[in-house]
Design a protein around this ligand. Structure first.
Ligand code: TXA
Ligand code: MG
Length: 327
């Protein structure tokens, strides 16, 4: 059930979490599907609802760096510097897990993902949950496994109607792409998932760019080749390739749905056409809503004009590659 986020509905959501139920809530990146991170039964319900394999870890959301430190048995100086620079905000740190962190959270690994979100509704929920004795909210993105993340309360309801006690509506997520994930379990920090915080911002704090994932990098579903994907067969095409393909429209009577940011719709085109923003942050803000809406058209194929390659587009390109990897 979707409810506007108010002090009363947030308090009810905190009670639902304490009682082991699932609650969806907005963050500044995407909506999260939350469960009490200390309750194994609640986590089992979470994995079942999402359709996610049990060995995939989930991020624990907490109210502050101080609380995050209780979930980790070590917190290297560079992780502390990143936390100070970007928390609350769209950064997830992977740290050695503290004793007592349950296997359902870590996927059985020796590390735990931690994030202090900035969204006022997420913060209010964390505060209300803490007032009931809650220690952290485990929350993957509020979409079914492998599918497109949710950036509105309605997206969550479209995926999970009935299985979630409450969906707190906090409007459209500001960033629209998931948090940046930095692995802090080795001597050198490594980037596991590009995201709302750019690599240059991270590099500025670290004094050098984070390295690529270590060979033994923990499993992360967001790093699977196919993820964030529409059900419609989807392809990414350069501007020129898209222009050529449009000249043929994918064969007789095929329904093609296009997401373009620089090409304009040719007068003869008869399919579905979405114009995406040309600026990277706005493009990201609208990306998942655009992909969900394109998917809902049930076209034969989705054709996406490849975005530029610059540093501002790294996270967008990462998600689009995974969204189109079956095409
Ligand atoms: O922006 C976000 O990060 C959103 C909001 C709700 O906070 N959450 C999110 O969660 O994107 P999820 O589960 O969809 O993606 C989190 C990624 C997954 O790929 C997961 O495998 C990885 O983080 N992850 C979580 N804990 C980990 C750990 N201990 N080691 C390695 N990867 C981890
Ligand atoms: Mg996800």
């Amino acid at each position: 059930m979707i409810v506007p986020a108010t002090p009363e509905s947030v308090a009810a959501a905190a009670r639902a979490l304490r009682d082991g139920a699932l609650v969806a809530f907005p963050t500044e990146t995407v909506y999260g599907l939350g469960a009490d991170a200390s309750n194994g039964d609640a986590l089992q319900r979470l994995f079942a609802a999402k359709g996610r394999p049990a060995e995939h870890p989930v991020i624990v959301h907490v109210a502050s760096k101080q609380i995050a430190m209780r979930w980790a048995r070590a917190f290297p100086a560079f992780a502390g510097a990143l936390a100070d620079a970007f928390w609350p905000g769209p950064l997830t740190l992977i740290l050695p897990r503290a004793e007592g962190v349950i296997d359902q959270v870590t996927g059985g690994q020796d590390s735990v993902g931690l994030r202090v979100p900035a969204h006022p509704v997420a913060r209010a929920l964390l505060a209300a949950f803490a007032a009931l004795g809650g220690e952290g909210i485990a929350a993957p993105s509020a979409n079914r496994f492998g599918r497109i993340s949710a950036t509105t309360a309605q997206h969550v309801a479209d995926d999970f109607d009935g299985e979630v006690a409450l969906i707190l509506d906090g409007g459209r997520c500001a960033h629209g792409l998931e948090s940046t994930i930095v692995d802090c379990t080795h001597a050198e920090p490594a980037l596991l998932r590009p995201g709302a915080i750019g690599i240059e911002q991270i590099a500025q704090v670290l004094g050098q760019a984070p390295r690529a994932a270590h060979d033994d990098a923990p499993r992360a579903s967001g790093t699977l080749a196919t993820h964030y994907a529409p059900q419609t067969r989807s392809r990414m095409l350069s501007r020129d390739a898209l222009r050529d393909a449009l000249a043929h429209q994918g064969g007789p009577r095929a329904h093609i749905a296009v997401l373009a940011h620089s090409l304009t719709q040719p007068p003869s085109f008869e399919g579905t056409w979405f114009d995406a923003p040309t600026e990277s942050a706005l493009y990201a803000h609208h990306l998942y809503a655009n992909l969900r809406a394109l998917d809902a058209r049930e076209a034969d194929e989705i054709w996406i004009e490849a975005p530029p390659d610059g540093p501002d587009w790294v996270a967008v390109n990462d998600r689009l590659r995974r969204a189109t990897s079956r095409g």
